[in-house]
Design a protein. Structure first.
Length: 182
């Protein structure tokens, strides 16, 4: 009977020593991790073209590092740099005085401007520079006080007043005034 069944041989695998077993186990974890990292780098760090990819262009970088604010120095004594009352009105005052927003008297409305004109130019100028009621202060903004005064004269004269437009200070007159204030 023993001849009918050949003896079974023990199954042997490719791993014969404990050192080979340890190497196989470590490699089975390390190799897939390395492959995943390499694939991630290939996908994530590839140069992309298309919409939104100009973030590192010279123009985009220059725009990001540009100064936030700019300083503009105006010469208040330069008559060519000064704006007329109508120009200041168009740029600053027309937002409310053209439409009558916030109960502002409209340009050319004699009934709306009548009581204000009676208070005088200085009162109108003070109200324009410091603000009054719903009107915000205009002084210290984009326009000089002289330009605001010209706009006040323009608005009031369109409403029936006959104010004289203030003249720009002479170049020599501003130096003593500045010296006296020190």
């Amino acid at each position: 009977m023993s001849d009918a069944h050949p003896e079974h041989q023990a199954h042997e695998g490719p791993i014969k020593t404990p050192k080979q077993l340890i190497i196989t186990i470590v490699a089975s974890f390390v190799i897939p991790v390395v492959v995943i990292i390499m694939l991630t780098n290939f996908v994530a760090f590839d140069t992309k073209s298309g919409a939104g990819s100009d973030g590192m262009s010279a123009q985009a970088v220059a725009l990001r590092i540009a100064p936030v604010g700019k300083i503009e120095v105006k010469d208040v004594n330069d008559p060519s740099a000064m704006k007329t009352g109508e120009q200041v009105y168009q740029a600053q005052c027309a937002a409310c005085h053209a439409t009558g927003a916030l109960n502002a008297p409209k340009l050319g409305d004699a009934t709306g401007w009548g009581p204000r004109v009676k208070s005088g130019f200085e009162a109108l100028l003070t109200a324009a520079l410091k603000g009054k009621g719903s009107m915000p202060a205009q002084g210290g903004g984009e326009h000089s006080d002289l330009e605001i005064a010209r706009a006040v004269v323009y608005l009031a004269n369109q409403g029936g007043a006959s104010f004289k437009e203030p003249a720009a200070p002479a170049a020599g007159a501003s130096a003593p005034a500045a010296a006296a204030s020190k």
